[in-house]
Design a protein around this ligand. Structure first.
Ligand code: G6P
Length: 477
């Protein structure tokens, strides 16, 4: 398998994840254009500094990425693996996103799903191949005793495989998703469940976003592997990056989009600014966008006094569009938003402003204008939107937050809690949020922002690294 770099110096800190920090696009003139991604791991890794001898191993995901690998184009510190497209698709679409993601987010809908048949077994073999490609690349590039931080459900087998290849390494694995409780996890065939858990237990240390997910993992191990063995488990609740967000949200492109969005939202019949309920998500089944729209419609039915006076700003950005179930979900979100607009809208009021084209600057503009943030996932590892909106909002916002989001453990006290399945309860919470007085709202929002930024990405990353380096002494997590 080709890589972007020839064998150079061995790395002392390595990160492995499916999606890397950079992606490439082939322009019409044949040139390659690179785009850097965001997210906690990217900013976390930059905190250890350019001289740390860090290497990020990731997959080539786009045609541009594959072309970059072929041309030997790449960034220092990034090693892209050109895993054959069919193997990658089986591992990423088939196993990681259609099985492991569904198990941990408890998204299956019986009686049709799941079916673990011969096709699943074939895809599982690709998942093993894909994990092995990572393990071998890491083994080949790590300095003696190096620290390796493996990320997420795509790469659960890597710690065990890497341990066999390189017993000298210190290996960590971090899960950015929830972990399924044993009653749900054991839906997986026993041998596969065992392989996933034993693969992860190849690590010295496993990290989770909340105590709840760590406990679920331990409960699964109690059933399938007879416990954790020598592996330690810790909790690191990734927070929002306040400095970055505050600076970025006052740049001219965000100011421009804030003004445009304010125009789109418009004013109430009495001339006052309309209230805004904001949500920003990948169009992802676990984010529960459809029930969010149903709750908003319920609000307009139960409290007609809000008609013309509120707008639901819903940004739902495309995600995993290779999977039919995601495409169908996207279509359902669009259909329902249109139905609400045609059923309730007036010549001067569009009740739902749905945007589906990914635009980070416009997301920040929506955060700035949010009176209420709606974050109602069915299940979510953490949910950073819940943490970002209070940091960015101009006037302070009320957070309507699902009790099933990891972020609820840290923000629950100052948010309005909802059961994500309860559309009527969510509508009531939206009404309560819109009705909250400005002082209480500002105070809650301030406390939310403080909790949300308690463990910013750089510190989150360093904490994991030092916990891994502390050796085998137990830690409370
Ligand atoms: C979740 C996962 C990440 C993943 C992200 C985006 O947050 O934990 O590993 O990268 O979703 O999904 P995608 O499939 O586009 O990489």
């Amino acid at each position: 398998m080709a890589t972007t770099q020839d064998a150079q110096g061995a790395a002392r800190v390595l990160v492995a994840s499916n999606r890397g920090p950079v992606s490439y696009e082939v322009r019409e003139d044949g040139s390659l254009h690179s785009k850097r991604g965001g997210g906690g791991v990217v900013s976390g890794l930059s905190a250890i500094g350019p001289d740390a001898g860090a290497l990020w191993v990731c997959s080539a995901l786009t045609d541009g990425d594959r072309e970059a690998v072929r041309r030997g184009v790449g960034e220092d510190g990034v090693l892209m693996l050109d895993i054959p497209a069919d193997v990658h698709s089986d591992a990423y679409n088939g196993i990681a996103n259609s099985v492991l993601w569904f198990v941990h987010h408890m998204l299956y809908q019986t009686p049709l799903e799941p079916v673990f048949d011969a096709e699943f077994r074939r895809q599982w073999a690709s998942y093993e191949t894909y994990n092995r490609a990572f393990a071998e690349a890491l083994a080949g590039r790590a300095a003696p005793g190096a620290a390796v931080l493996v990320q997420d459900y795509h790469l659960t087998l890597v710690p065990g495989m890497l341990r066999e290849l390189r017993p000298d390494l210190r290996i960590g694995h971090f899960s950015h998703t929830p972990w399924a409780p044993p009653e749900y996890f054991r839906m997986l065939p026993d041998d596969i469940a065992g392989q996933v858990l034993r693969g992860m237990l190849g690590a010295d240390r496993l990290g989770f976003l909340t105590r709840r997910w760590a406990d679920a993992f331990e409960a699964c191990c109690a059933q399938f592997t007879g416990g954790l063995g020598n592996t330690r488990v810790g909790v690191h609740g990734l927070g929002a990056d306040a400095d970055f967000l505050r600076a970025r949200s006052h740049q001219p492109d965000v100011a421009e989009r804030t003004a445009a969005l304010r125009d789109e939202i418009g004013t109430a019949p009495d001339g006052s600014a309309r209230r805004t309920i904001v949500r920003v998500d990948r169009t992802e089944l676990s984010k529960n966008i459809v029930r969010g729209l149903l709750a908003y419609r319920q609000l307009l039915d139960d409290h007609p006094e809000w008609r013309e006076r509120v707008v639901h700003v819903a940004f739902a950005y495309p995600s995993r569009q290779d999977l039919a179930v995601y495409r169908d979900y996207t279509a359902e979100v669009q259909r329902l938003a249109e139905e609400i607009n045609s059923g309730y809208g007036t010549p001067t009021w569009t009740p739902v402003l749905l945007h589906v084209k990914d635009d980070f600057a416009r997301s920040l503009a929506a955060y700035r204008l949010a009176d209420v943030a709606l974050v109602n996932p069915i299940r979510d590892g953490m949910n950073l939107v819940a943490k970002e909106v209070p940091v960015v909002s101009d006037e302070g916002c009320v957070l309507v937050l699902s009790r099933e989001a990891g972020a609820f453990e840290e923000l629950g006290e100052d948010a309005l809690a909802v059961n994500p399945y309860d559309v009527i309860g969510t509508a009531q919470a939206l009404h309560e949020a819109l009705s909250m007085g400005p002082e209480e709202r500002a105070e809650r929002s301030k406390r939310l922002a403080a909790s949300a930024t308690a463990l910013p990405p750089a510190q989150w990353f360093l904490e994991q690294l030092s916990a891994l380096e502390e050796g085998t002494a137990g830690e409370p997590g």
